[in-house]
Design a protein around this ligand. Sequence first.
Ligand SMILES: NC(=O)c1ccc[n+]([C@@H]2O[C@H](COP(=O)([O-])OP(=O)(O)OC[C@H]3O[C@@H](n4cnc5c(N)ncnc54)[C@H](O)[C@@H]3O)[C@@H](O)[C@H]2O)c1
Ligand SMILES: O=C[C@H](O)CS(=O)(=O)O
Length: 482
Amino acid sequence: MKKYGLYIDGKWTPSGSRETFDVLDPATREVVGAAAEATPEDVKRAVDAAHRAFPGWASRPAKERSAILHNWYRLMLDHLDELAEGMTREQGKPLREARGEVQYAADFVQWYGEEAKRVYGETIPASFTDKRIWVLRQPVGVVAAITPWNFPAAMITRKIAPALAAGCTVVIKPAEQTPLTACRLVELMEEAGFPPGVVNLVTGSRPEPIGDALLQDPRVRKLTFTGSTEVGKILMKKAADTVKRVSLELGGHAPFLVFEDADLEAAAAEVAASKFRNAGQTCVCTNRIYVHESVAEAFTEALVRRVEAMKVGYGLEEGVDIGPLIDEQAVLKSERHVRDAVEKGARIAIGGSRCRLSGKLEKGTFFQPTVLVQVTDEMLVQREETFGPVAPVQTFRTEEEAIARANNTSYGLAAYLFTRDLSRAVRVMERLEYGIVGVNDGLPSVAQAPFGGFKESGIGREGGRHGMEEFLEAKYVSVKLV
Ligand SMILES: NC(=O)c1ccc[n+]([C@@H]2O[C@H](COP(=O)([O-])OP(=O)(O)OC[C@H]3O[C@@H](n4cnc5c(N)ncnc54)[C@H](O)[C@@H]3O)[C@@H](O)[C@H]2O)c1
Ligand SMILES: O=C[C@H](O)CS(=O)(=O)O
């Protein structure tokens, strides 16, 4: 069982309080490791280190920053199996998904290792012959990165790879449920050659005092947060006190529209992939399924067949499709959504209850993959992010109705539509109020594309060219020839 300290100024150190907290396997509730309980004073030490290291890292040749990022990329791939197993033990996702996440996380490091060398400035024609206009692109400074538990590796690299590539220094605060993956990633960063103070890691089971210490420090010039919309709003308000730049990747409530001309088997496959990835615990999971009334029965049968074939169990076991939810609160939320729906008239086509497994898994927080039919908009599952393996199916009659109902939410992260009619695909994807739209594709997320939401799903983009912009300032230089 691994016990980690904090990583500050290039050294692993215990917290000032010497306190630690245990990390539990959600499938067995066994202790799989421990991490340090950072104090506000520890956070200040981390910001001190990042602030001290910033000038040197920012002025380091981009080619050198790129090479160190590439070292980290290679080390992540060399340790892919170990990172994936550790992730399954602390987060619960099936090993196959964990391996996929480590690769996805490494893809961001590779992409931004390349982008580090492409931070271009510009010259602009001046209005006077004795003047010149230059625009420099400079790193924003010390970055605080606060990340969620559902993708313990990718949500870290998707933030700090572009930050480091741009020349920023970082202080990472991972989720209390999954600090061990973050610690292991930082060990590999140390091995990759990141200088002391460039990367700092503070962990804790009580996030608010750590967050407050980061947000109140004027030397932290950027907050990049991934998590719930509720917490994102809190942090955005606190960041305003020192006018920090913010990137917010928040909650989602994705609609999936299945039109009458869709390939129903293919649509069912993409809905299942989108809905049940990480046991429904992703921000871009399908949360609402709207099927044209003429094909609803056939589609639902195809979806139920796929769910019937899913195996619930321990993520390290071969062939498991659905691992545990992160904790008891998550199971209670799925139970609440199913109970509310049934009380308001929905029917359970398959699943609907928590799974009680035996042996070492008897304490695990498992929930059956579930399909609900006869769903209506009044149900909680149609308005709240379930973050669990519950798939509610509704019908629609017209394209207009489908678009209006899909957009009827304060969220705007991901949306999906299935049709073989190109004109319809263009009409609908242009009118969906979402930052990410999958057309016949339930799994759009890749490192080279901009990921982010409209409305209360967030601010800013992560991934691709856009992801670098979040960590760069444009400096306008006016030169008068004298
Ligand atoms: N848009 C995206 O890219 C994306 C990706 C993953 C998860 N999410 C969203 O995140 C949520 C699930 O993740 P979660 O449960 O970890 O979210 P959460 O908001 O509870 O926690 C996210 C992070 O914020 C920290 N935190 C919580 N309260 C804080 C406070 N008061 N001050 C400082 N830090 C605080 C947590 O410790 C954690 O590190 C879902 O809503 C999901 O949609 C969004
Ligand atoms: O849950 C949030 C992640 O951003 C999902 S994805 O792996 O990027 O699609």
